[in-house]
Each structure stands twice: as structure tokens, then as C-alpha cells.
Design a protein around this ligand. Structure first.
Ligand SMILES: [Fe+2]
Length: 219
């Protein structure tokens, strides 16, 4: 297994991207620091898709580097992993009616690709009181330069808290909790500059299964 740093360094080499590692200052005189905007989060995923990018392979590799819990790594590496563990956690655009302005509707595990549909669950003994839903989704335009990234928070399920800027809707007519919560639609807030037709990076976190990265085009 590799650690995050070596993974990120290799990633930087393979993509030509510049990834700055945070400097550690032990003591002594104050040091000049670069502007915050120039320092890239070493945990940040790809900003754009290289030609022929494979979302499943990328998320498996990133997951094995520590962004997916060790308890789920057997599942992502299993023969069924591409569809039932990795694919199940990748976002897709459900066919929905109107979406509130400034939001993007997404679900996880595209049935049209044969991926398992991602369930959602309240905190219970079955999930060690952690709950099972995406508690944050970050959206930014897929480009290398500086651009706003907006994080939507979902602090509970099937309802959100007043302070959350993310929201839920239901696919179809039923109750959001029906069918293991698989009909839950996530409404993620878009950065102000993002418009219809833009390619965006979606970087999201499932409470029990870790981080996933994908690229989508805003409807
Ligand atoms: Fe999950």
C-alpha cells in the first residue's frame, strides 16, 4: 500500500500538475509564506480530466491511498468493486424536472451503467451511529486555475439542518426513506460563476465509505 504523499507526488508527475506540499516550520524566525491562493491542498484531487480518464480506476487508486476507509478497501478491490462499491459512489445526473436556481441535482450509482444505487440511512447501530449519506459535496469548475469551490453540507438525513446549504429531493413520487433511501436526490449548491454547460469536478464524502471524485456537466 502506498501513502497519500507518494500517491499525490506520482499523480503530479503523471498529470503535469503542480501540487505543493505544506511546509513544516519547526521553530526559529518567521518565514515568508506564499499567498494562500497559491498553496494547493495536498489532498485535493485532479482538477481536470486527462484524456481517457477512468473514474473507477482513479477512485480505486485514491481510495487505496487512504481516501476510502480501510474497512471498505476489500470491497473496492473485489471483482464486484467497480460496479458495487466504486460505481455506487460516483455521482450522476438523474432526470428530474425543475431544479432550484443555483443548484445541481445528483444521485450516486448510475443504473444505466449497471452501477449499484447508493442507499442512505439514519444513524443506527448498523452503521455505528455514523449514518450513511454524503455529508459534503464540493463543486468547482473543472479547470486548472483558481476558481471558486463551493461546499454543500448535509448534516443529517433524510432532512438537513437549518445551517446546511445542501438540500434533498426525492426521485419519483415516493417517500425519501423508501427503498433504503436510494431515491434521495442531492441538491448541491453551485459556485456563482458556474453555469449550464460547464464541466465541474464533484468531490464528495460518504460518511461510511470515504471520498469520491467525478466530473459532470451542469445541465
Ligand atoms: Fe456509501
Amino acid at each position: 500500500m502506498q501513502d497519500r504523499r507518494s500517491f499525490l507526488q506520482r499523480l503530479a508527475l503523471s498529470t503535469g500538475a503542480v501540487i505543493l506540499m505544506p511546509a513544516v516550520s519547526r521553530c526559529g524566525a518567521p518565514q515568508a509564506s506564499a499567498p494562500a491562493a497559491a498553496v494547493r491542498d495536498p489532498n485535493e484531487p485532479l482538477r481536470t480530466e486527462p484524456a481517457g480518464w477512468d473514474a473507477i480506476a482513479y477512485n480505486r487508486e485514491r481510495g487505496n491511498a487512504g481516501f476510502i476507509p480501510a474497512t471498505y478497501q476489500a470491497a473496492i478491490n473485489a471483482e464486484s468493486g467497480p460496479k458495487e462499491a466504486l460505481g455506487k459512489h460516483l455521482p450522476y445526473l438523474p432526470e428530474v424536472g425543475s431544479v432550484p436556481a443555483g443548484f445541481m441535482a445528483m444521485m450516486w450509482g448510475d443504473p444505466s451503467k449497471g452501477h449499484g444505487r447508493h442507499p442512505n440511512a439514519v444513524k443506527s447501530e448498523a452503521n455505528n451511529q455514523v449514518g450513511h449519506w454524503y455529508d459534503w459535496i464540493r463543486v468547482r469548475r473543472a479547470e486548472e486555475g483558481e476558481t471558486e469551490e463551493l461546499q454543500s453540507s448535509f448534516s443529517d438525513w433524510p432532512g438537513t439542518a437549518a445551517a446546511d446549504n445542501g438540500a434533498y429531493a426525492v426521485f419519483g413520487e415516493g417517500d425519501i426513506t423508501a427503498d433504503g433511501g436510494k431515491n434521495t436526490i442531492y441538491l448541491a449548491a453551485l459556485p456563482a460563476e458556474v453555469k449550464s454547460g460547464d464541466r465541474v469536478r464533484v468531490w464528495a464524502h460518504c460518511l461510511t465509505h470515504g471520498e469520491y471524485v467525478a466530473f459532470l456537466t451542469v445541465p
